[in-house]
Design a protein around this ligand. Structure first.
Ligand SMILES: Nc1nc2c(ncn2[C@@H]2O[C@H](COP(=O)(O)OP(=O)(O)OP(=O)(O)O)[C@@H](O)[C@H]2O)c(=O)[nH]1
Length: 480
């Protein structure tokens, strides 16, 4: 019997479900047993990332993953007590965990503002808020169950509530932060070479050194628990890194610092570092890094939106004038050359009229891309309006500016209107900084006159203002 396309699709959907379920069970089991390293009492872990796996799979792939989550909970815990030997306490604890964290996954799924990777303040706030409430409710239920089945005194109850609550919060946040970085890297939203290019290697080293030194000082030297509060100093480098470098570096630094802290916890023991204190340090570090990092990201986005054209991502008119004026003053002070290019697409109206506004927008984006390819990082690029662009070339003499303009014209002439074989052409006007008294407006006006001449004398050409009969051009301009 021939296998139809539909059956193949169904088979592959089942296969994907199976593979994801296996991944879920593996991740959960690994993290559950990893958390076992931080056990501070029977059934109480100081740090619990495993529940984050349930939250993520239900959030990302839907309620169907509650079923493999239930299996994961059984398999994960079976390394300590095989599930067929579980008593009422283990069963009810497992159901409690499954219930609270799958509900959180479903709530996050329904909240359109939340998204992983974490790169928006609203997303981070929703995650931290909803996770705090869920882990608190889960901790209350766990304490109630332990007290019902095992029997504990009131002092212990408070301790268990706090340990469960902060342990789950820190653990799950750590898992989702690490996953967020992985997703970001996997989908290539961020070039991690930047870490090296921007000299972030030194802040990272500094973070690890400071966190190692602080934890070593208070754990290895056996200083008393009262002095252990100074361990909070490791929050400082994370706060600093998050405020300056945004969410990715914030997550990265918090993970680095917390891993260093945990390393000390595992190898040097918890004797001088009370569990709840370490948990709090851990969670505060992550919460602070996420909030500071995401709010920097939001401010950067808001500033970018206010200064850039949304279609072409080039500077808008206002920002272009601000940056160009500053560059002009620098060039005058340092006696450097400077050139202005005014670029206008030829017969752009025809593109819109014949092939629609969307095709026109695509062409504008491609022209902007050509400008980006040709400019140096110190040049300034702006979209002054409609199909008119301007470039300020830093340190470019008259011949260099003409060469750049010609290369740009050729590069743009290879752009095709989408889904057609019609080429785009441009006309470019060029002016140069000649005297100390030249203003930006004068230079733009000269480049505009040269552009006008290029249009008038046939289009698809570059025209320098220095080879222009200015009077002639002005007269013609008035005549139009
Ligand atoms: N698709 C699109 N079109 C735009 C945008 N901004 C302006 N335009 C269009 O750009 C066209 C400009 O037309 P004109 O000023 O007559 O210039 P032209 O047709 O390029 O003619 P010449 O400059 O003389 O070669 C108009 O049709 C505007 O509607 C935009 O953001 N997207």
């Amino acid at each position: 019997m021939a296998i139809t396309q539909g059956r193949l699709m169904m088979l592959s959907t089942k296969m994907i479900f199976l593979l994801r379920s296996l991944l879920l069970i593996f991740l959960y089991t690994f993290l559950w047993n990893f958390a076992g390293l931080f056990e501070i009492g029977n059934l109480v872990s100081a740090f619990y990332p495993a529940a984050g796996v349930i939250v993520f799979f239900v959030y990302r792939f839907g309620p169907i993953y509650i079923l493999p989550s239930a299996i994961a909970v059984m398999v994960g815990a079976s390394f300590v007590d095989p599930f067929w030997q579980w008593g009422a306490i283990q069963i009810s604890m497992a159901i409690r965990q499954l219930f609270f964290y799958s509900i959180l996954g479903l709530v996050l799924k329904k909240t359109s503002k939340f998204s992983l990777p974490l790169n928006r303040l609203s997303s981070v706030t929703i995650l931290i808020g909803s996770l705090s409430v869920t882990s608190f409710l889960s901790a209350l239920t766990a304490t109630f169950l332990i007290s019902t089945f095992v029997g504990i005194d009131t002092d212990q109850e408070l301790n268990i509530i706090m340990s469960f609550w902060i342990g789950d919060l820190g653990g799950i946040l750590l898992f989702l932060a690490a996953l967020s970085l992985f997703l970001d890297f996997y989908f290539k939203n961020y070039d991690y070479n930047d870490v090296f290019q921007k000299g972030l290697v030194y802040p990272i080293l500094l973070l690890v050194i400071i966190s190692s030194a602080t934890t070593l000082l208070f754990v290895a030297t056996g200083l008393t628990t009262e002095l252990g509060n100074f361990g909070y100093l490791i929050l400082l480098p994370v706060a600093w890194a998050s405020s300056f470098y945004g969410i990715r570096f914030a997550l990265f630094s918090a993970i680095c610092v917390n891993t260093t802290a945990i390393w000390h916890y595992i190898y040097l023991g918890l004797s001088n570092y009370p569990a709840i204190e370490l948990q709090t340090l851990f969670s505060v570090n992550l919460v602070m890094a996420m909030l500071l990092g995401a709010s920097l990201e939001e401010r950067k986005t808001a500033l970018f939106d206010a200064t850039h054209d949304s279609l072409t991502q080039m500077l808008n008119r206002k920002a272009f004038f601000q940056e160009s004026t500053a560059l002009l003053e620098r060039c005058k002070r340092q006696k450097r050359n400077m050139a202005v290019l005014m670029i206008d697409i030829d017969h752009f109206k025809v593109v819109n009229d014949n092939w629609g506004h969307e095709a026109g927008d695509q062409v504008l984006m491609q022209v902007a891309e050509c400008c980006r390819q040709i400019c140096r990082s110190t040049d300034i690029q702006g979209r002054l309006g409609g199909e008119e662009f301007a470039l300020i070339l830093d340190d470019a003499g008259p011949n260099q500016a003409i060469a750049v303009a010609e290369r740009l014209r050729l590069s743009i002439s290879s752009i095709l209107v989408p889904k057609t074989d019609t080429n785009i052409t441009t006309s470019i006007g060029i002016s140069h900084l000649l005297t100390i008294d030249d203003t930006l407006n004068q230079l733009l006006k000269q480049a505009d006159l040269a552009l006008y001449t290029a249009k008038r004398t046939g289009r698809n050409k570059c025209q320098s203002a220095s080879t222009l009969n200015t009077e002639d051009a002005s007269l013609n301009l008035k005549a139009t």
